[in-house]
Each structure stands twice: as structure tokens, then as C-alpha cells.
Design a protein around this ligand. Sequence first.
Ligand SMILES: Nc1ncnc2c1ncn2[C@@H]1O[C@H](COP(=O)(O)OP(=O)(O)O)[C@@H](O)[C@H]1O
Ligand SMILES: O=P(O)(O)OC[C@H]1O[C@](O)(COP(=O)(O)O)[C@@H](O)[C@@H]1O
Length: 304
Amino acid sequence: MIYTVTFAPSIDYIPYVDDFQANTLNRAKEVSYYPGGKGINISRVLKRMEVDATALGFVGGFTGDYIQQFLQREQVPSAFIQVDSVTRINVKIKSQQETELNGPAPTLQSQEIEQLLHFLQLHAKEDDWVVVSGSIPETVTNGFFEQLQKSCALTGAKWVLDTSGPRLKQLLQYQPYFIKPNQHELGELVGDTIDTLEQAVAHAKKLTEQDVSLVIVSLGGEGAVCVSSDTQFLAKAPKGQVVNTVGAGDSLVAGMIAQLAQQQSLQDAFCYGVASGSATAFKEDLCHKEEVEKLVPQVEIQTI
Ligand SMILES: Nc1ncnc2c1ncn2[C@@H]1O[C@H](COP(=O)(O)OP(=O)(O)O)[C@@H](O)[C@H]1O
Ligand SMILES: O=P(O)(O)OC[C@H]1O[C@](O)(COP(=O)(O)O)[C@@H](O)[C@@H]1O
């Protein structure tokens, strides 16, 4: 079983606007509302790939109800903890460019966080995966991750971290199996600007020498690099008409884990992950299995 943890779910509100301008009234020609937050996106993609996964996290208010109903309709298994605060709405304006405005993560009470930890300690067993993705509220202390690491070490479950900012740096000491920063997030993590592939690979390599087994750096339309202690791959992304890149990174993570959990090789899993990211970038909502499989042969993988 794969458990996705979204501390800060969202409704992704997507207005499509011709020629968006700041400081004036804009009118959207169309809008969409999707359940969002990185772990929730990963769970939705895994469901479409016919891989067992349960979405965990914290939801509240009318927005939380919307997310739960949406996931139920798609038959995405979930076991959310209900909280008092209203789940955030993240705005993703699609115009000539994409402009995003994400709300803050919720403030969680210590007993709510404990409830999640107990669930994971009870359920995550050997060969299971715990994927912690997206913003992490400040009230979720490092102690949570220390306990999660201990529990995974005891059971043989793997835990994965896809977050950004200072928390990514702080949490590496708890040795997630893999991380997936994008180019910008890797730069923030290592305190350097990443302008070239060589820089991305060199920094990723250093990270694998410290706390992480695997580092995937996603490079948007360029593809991604995958670095472990003994392998280095570059995958060039397929070319296509980009419609909406929200959730592309989450789809990459979902595709990789889906394959790794089915004992596929790292190279095949990475290729499938990159195809999944691109399949999502080429449509409005998240990718489906058939779309991913059509793109797999177009991903150019090379050992670097
Ligand atoms: N313009 C694009 N064309 C083709 N594939 C894309 C494009 N943008 C993203 N992708 C795919 O999605 C993956 C993740 O995208 P990226 O934007 O790097 O992640 P994030 O959403 O986490 O910032 C890329 O590695 C690539 O496979
Ligand atoms: O928790 P954060 O970092 O604010 O990110 C949440 C946002 O990221 C998303 O999960 C999309 O992530 P990616 O584009 O990186 O795959 C949205 O659904 C959500 O609005």
C-alpha cells in the first residue's frame, strides 16, 4: 500500500483568462475546481494507474467537504482527519503565463498530528510507501519525522519527501528514500543557483552521499535527472502542447512510485515518471495511464 500524506490540501481554482493584467478587472472565460495538494494529486494519479493508495491528511470546512466528495466520486481511497479550519483555495491563473497564489498551510493541533502518526505507525508495513508532499505546517515538528523514520526503519516501509523551502533542508536528516526538488527548489536547498544540467547533477550527487538514496531533479519541459549513489540518468521530456503544468511534478512522483512499488528497475520507473509528468502537462487535469504509456517511448533516457 502507498500512503500519501497531504498536510495542506487545497482546492485548485483555475480561471482561464485571455490576456491577464494586474491592477485591473479581469474576467475568466472558463473556470475549473480540482482537489489539490501534492499528496492528493499523487493519490489521484495512482488510482488512474490502478495502484493501491490511500490519501491521508487534514481537511476542514466546505472546501474540505468538496475534496472528499470529489475523491469519493473518483473512488480514490482516503482517511482524512477532520479539522476546524477551512481548507485553503489555491488560485492558478492560466493566461499567456501561469500565475499561482497558494494559501497558507493549516495550523494543526498536536493531537491531530499525533493521530496521523499513530495511523502511519499502525498501518505502514514492509514494502509500503509513505509519501509526504507539499507544505508542512510549522506545528508539525521535526519530532514527527523522527518518529516516522524510526517506524519505517522498523517495518521496512519507505518514506518519500517532496516539499520545498527550509523544511526540505531540515528534514533530510531523517533520511527519506527519495526527494524530488525542481530546479528552483534544489537551488534553494543547496544555496546556489542551478543554471546547468551539470550543476543539478553535481548537487544531487552530493545529497546522495549524505542522507538520501535517490534524488530526482525535475527540469520542467527539459525533463529530469535521476541520481543515486551508483547511477545517473538524464531523461528528456516528450514534446507537446502544454495545457496546464499544475500537478506535473506530482505526476512524476506518482509514476515513479507506481513502478518502483511494482519492482520495476530504477531506469524504467524514472522513464515512466517523466512520461507521467509530461502527460499531465499536456492536458487540463491529471494524466491517465493510457496517456502516460503512449508517451513512454518518446522519453529519451541517457546515462550521464
Ligand atoms: N513544458 C513541458 N513539456 C513537457 N513535459 C513537461 C513540461 N513541464 C513539465 N513537464 C514534465 O513534468 C515533470 C515535472 O515538471 P516540473 O515543472 O519540473 O515539476 P514541478 O511541478 O514540481 O515544478 C518534468 O520532469 C516533465 O516530465
Ligand atoms: O503545498 P504547496 O507547496 O503549497 O503546493 C500545493 C500546490 O501544488 C500542487 O500540488 C501542484 O504541485 P506540482 O505542480 O508541483 O505537481 C497543487 O495541486 C497545489 O495547489
